[in-house]
Design a protein around this ligand. Sequence first.
Ligand SMILES: [Zn+2]
Length: 281
Amino acid sequence: MQARRSALRYDVFVTPEKLFTGLPHAVGDPPALDPTTATLIYGERDAVLVEALCTVREATALADWVALHDRRLTTIYITHGHGDHWLGLSVLQARFPQARAVASAGTVRQMHTYVNAEAQISRWRALFPGQIADTIALADPLDTDHFALEGLPLQVIETGHTDTVDTTALFAPDLGLICSGDGVYNHCHMFVGETTAAMRAEWIAAIDHLAALHPAAVVTGHKDPTCGNPPAVLAESRGYLEYYGQLREAALPDQELFAAMVSRYPDWVSRQQWLLFGFPS
Ligand SMILES: [Zn+2]
């Protein structure tokens, strides 16, 4: 459903949750990566894709879905450096060689960190054996905070430290649409397990910054596929961070904290231990 009249439209692709290989857990669902989104924003002729997803199968399915829209893909935008949003980039670039892949300078820095620290890529290959592309492509850094789709602006919003460092969202003012990356989640447990109180305060400030744009829709990086994309997810994610912070402050043992979060958010997907306590090293 489009909330406003605009020359642009958008469509959202959501992957199913996918199981990790070899990750131990004590509570919650079998370890898996939460359902992940990519968004196509398109006009009469051209299109911009936000996120490139993770595995070869996901990126191939995404490329097929993009092609169904019958637009010229000009740009692939990556919101942040976590590999679940961009390791599929080489697959999309092979399919759409005319599209330029871009991201903020900070996000590109994080991508380089991944590739330079081969351990990071090896970790993803171990979690999804045989499913990560042999060739890892990087985005080019944007030297401005905006770019255009058929003459209409798409605005890069720096959101700082949310579930990782140097994150961004992409705002399409003409649609009132925010593609939030992992700065906001939609009825999906949030990756808070590697945050401190100070980081969560920065994260909440980033959500408030996005809310001040008064979006009509927010497509989050991870979501319950059965949910729409309402701006209410901003307040819900803010509330989740605050509640998690209160439980952390109360120094609840992990198992009790996990139970409390699941009981507070009984309908949210991805009841994953690693989201709440971080990745085991
Ligand atoms: Zn993510």
